[in-house]
Design a protein around this ligand. Structure first.
Ligand code: TRP
Length: 330
């Protein structure tokens, strides 16, 4: 039985891109895998300039949304990274043998650091902390999107190197468990969904707000008039149907679009109904949790306690094998 671990940054508003790209998948996975561990990675979120009050708010919003979306503290452990100090402890150990060149080669590092005048070392070490997150729980399956595949490769290198030097097979080599939904584009149909681009639909937005955003959303650019047949493969609305609508509806949309049976607005109305059906219960639960914050805090505390138990056991073993166990007379 594999152990699942994944992390999400408490960055910005939780939108349907994050939901479909990660959280919806986590909610499904907790059913099949008991003891899955999910982490709000606040230490990963401080590698750039940030406002402490904003971070504090975002951690809370993320935690509340994770439970609202269906993560169940009875099935999975959900906690905040900085509540378990072993993450940073193991991360330091891993930095001591991770080649600088491997870190400089990471696409995400190159993209983020490219235009910076002064690059924080933490940005370079980011994937080492990620390896520590995963290996601390000796997790072997990590649900992530495509963009994290390279980071996971580095986690496997780190596991392999440590094992070769200090203890055969102690750390498993964690594999990505790719999210079934393809990367969701923003409502402009061009760029990845991202708050800073203003092309998102928030996870907790009202039915009316969702419609106001869907209505003008970009579809197949070659479909100018309602009578023009469309190509669902190039339409972002069709991708959203695949994520929110039942298979029969998706097949129907495909036919109706290609034959110009439905106009884009008809198609969006059907999508809207299916989105509302899925998102309304999440919004209702999020409201309830805002009224009863203790439920979120208790769930996080219990998640952190479970996580700490595993983390401490791993660190005991790691330190013993590395000659870092409690000092005694030689
Ligand atoms: N780097 C991941 C992202 O940007 C977040 C993350 C941090 C993570 N630690 C992790 C994901 C451990 C999976 C496992 O999405």
């Amino acid at each position: 039985m594999s152990r699942i671990f994944s992390g999400i940054q408490p960055s910005g508003e939780l939108h349907i891109g994050n939901y479909l790209g990660a959280i919806k998948n986590w909610v499904a996975l907790q059913q099949q895998h008991t003891g899955a561990i999910f982490c709000v990675v606040d230490y990963h979120a401080i590698t750039g300039n940030y406002d402490p009050a904003v971070l504090r708010q975002r951690r809370w919003d993320m935690a509340r949304s994770l439970f609202a979306a269906g993560l169940d503290p009875e099935r999975a452990s959900v906690f905040v990274q900085s509540d378990v100090p072993e993450h940073t402890e193991l991360s330091w150990i891993f930095t001591t043998f991770t080649p600088l060149g491997d870190l400089e080669r990471q696409t995400q590092f190159k993209d983020k650091s490219g235009t910076m005048e002064s690059i924080p070392a933490g940005l370079l070490m980011y994937p080492v902390l990620q390896a520590a997150d995963i290996l601390l729980y000796r997790a072997d399956a990590v649900p992530v999107g495509e963009d994290q595949v390279q980071h996971l490769e580095l986690s496997r290198d780190i596991a392999r190197k440590w094992n070769a030097r200090f203890g055969e097979d102690f750390f498993p080599e964690p594999k990505p468990l790719l999210t079934p939904t393809r990367r969701i584009l923003g409502l402009d149909g061009k760029a990845k969904m991202s708050k800073s681009l203003g092309n998102t639909i928030g996870l907790l937005e009202s039915d009316e707000e969702i419609w106001q955003k869907l209505r003008p959303a970009v579809t197949d650019p070659n479909r100018v008039r309602k009578t023009d047949p469309g190509n669902p493969e190039v339409c972002n609305i069709f991708q959203l149907h695949k994520a929110f609508s039942p298979a029969e509806t998706v097949a129907d949309v495909d036919t109706q679009c290609r034959s110009a049976g439905w106009g884009c607005i008809d198609c969006k109305k059907v999508l809207h109904a299916n989105m509302v059906a899925e998102l309304t219960p999440i919004r209702t639960r999020a409201q309830q949790l805002a009224e009863e914050p203790a439920r979120v805090l208790d769930a996080l505390a219990s998640g952190a306690s479970t996580a700490r138990g595993i983390a401490q056991e791993t660190m005991r073993e790691v330190k013993t094998r590395m000659g870092l166990d409690p000092v005694r007379q030689g």
